[in-house]
Design a protein around this ligand. Structure first.
Ligand code: TXA
Ligand code: MG
Length: 346
């Protein structure tokens, strides 16, 4: 299969309309959102949705998110719309927040992996919204990477993994947020299953107390069931070992400097994903400054791109832990998974 590339900015051939037709006809199109690139199919067509799982090599027990272009579309996808959902949609949609509630009969089992609930989000990216409107159906879309790899934040990343496996990619440039949406279930107590750009603190201002699933920051124990099936699978792994150092910025820098030297002495190539605050500690070492520790959103927006940049080029990637508040929770969730929970502290 040849994968066509359309440019979202120079709309010459009106790529969004062409891609909308591809989706309606059962094909697969990768498209930009404000979080990461999605791999879209007609969310009401079970056979089309199955193709997503094949193209990604995704385990079939991991459910997908339906993307809509207007808030009122959730009425058709959920049994009913709870009051908390209405308030959250008014506050954060369009935007990087996915809400889970009991599904209606029109949602195919292929989308929900057989669960009785379905995840829905309204992205804020103009191209994503235009594509959903052109398709005229909700778009089922996971991140557009091969299963297990870091999520793509540029069209080039999508092509690295998906060229020849999907019908088309719409290139809309780099994604702003850089990590996937916050996933919040409204079945039972509101609980964050996956942290993202809309933080716990922001959600609590609208609906009061929000729980965080324990699996967000630690591996599942043997025999423990995942509230969100996505949390039990290996994730975000580049082709390199990833190690996270935690503690105060000074401690972190001293741990990383020591381990960097040990790694190099063993003849392995190391790289540090540093921050503006610690950059000067890594003098003479291979260091990629990915953002500002006091602005964890800046770290989120660069993390996946940095993991891909060094994948296969470094043997060991050292990264800095940050406090788990605000967007720091999403950053630590992705980083710890990429590292297989390998953490150094003293
Ligand atoms: O930002 C995003 O959310 C991106 C863009 C493309 O919109 N999409 C994305 O999809 O990250 P995906 O499939 O990579 O992640 C969906 C997550 C998985 O962890 C999945 O297990 C969880 O949401 N999920 C989906 N439906 C669920 C449900 N009914 N119950 C519990 N978890 C669910
Ligand atoms: Mg994903």
């Amino acid at each position: 299969m040849k994968t066509e590339v359309y440019n979202a900015i120079s709309q010459k051939e009106n790529g969004t309309n062409i891609c909308g037709r591809i989706i309606r006809g059962g094909g697969l199109v990768a498209f930009p959102t404000e979080t990461v690139y999605g791999l879209g199919a007609n969310g009401l067509d079970g056979a089309a949705v199955e193709r997503i799982f094949e193209a990604k090599g995704r385990p079939s027990d991991n459910p997908l998110i339906l993307h809509v272009a207007k808030k009122s579309d959730v009425k058709d996808l959920w049994r009913h719309v709870p009051d908390e959902a209405r308030r959250l949609m008014d506050a954060f949609w369009p935007g990087p927040l996915t809400l889970i509630f009991v599904k209606s009969d029109i949602v195919p089992d292929e989308v929900t992996a057989g669960l009785s609930t379905v995840a829905v989000r309204m992205p804020e990216h103009k191209t994503a919204l235009a594509l959903i409107r052109a398709a005229g159906v909700p778009i089922a879309a996971p991140s557009a990477n091969l299963s297990g790899r870091p999520s793509p934040t540029t069209a080039e990343h999508v092509l690295e993994d998906m060229d020849g496996r999907i019908d088309a990619v719409i290139d809309g440039g780099p994604c702003r947020v850089g990590v996937e949406s916050t996933v919040l279930t409204l079945v039972g107590r509101p609980t964050i299953l996956r942290p993202g750009g809309i933080t716990r603190e922001m959600l609590e201002q609208v609906i009061g107390t929000v729980d965080v699933s324990p699996a967000v920051l630690r591996p599942l124990a043997e025999g423990e069931t995942a509230a969100s099936p996505g949390m039990k699978h290996r994730h975000y792994a580049p082709d390199a070992e990833v190690v996270v150092a935690v503690g105060s910025p000074r401690k972190i820098a001293s741990i990383i400097c020591r381990e960097y030297d040990i790694t190099e002495a063993m003849g392995k190539r190391a790289v540090i994903l540093g921050t503006e605050q610690t950059a000067s500690c890594y003098h003479g070492m291979e260091c990629d400054i990915i953002g500002d520790r006091s602005d964890p959103a800046s770290l989120c927006s660069e993390l996946f791109a940095a993991l891909r940049r060094w994948s296969g080029r470094a043997d060991v990637i050292f990264a800095e832990g940050v406090p788990e508040s605000d967007q720091g929770l999403a950053y630590m969730n992705r980083l710890l998974r990429a590292a297989g929970f390998k953490v150094l502290n003293e």
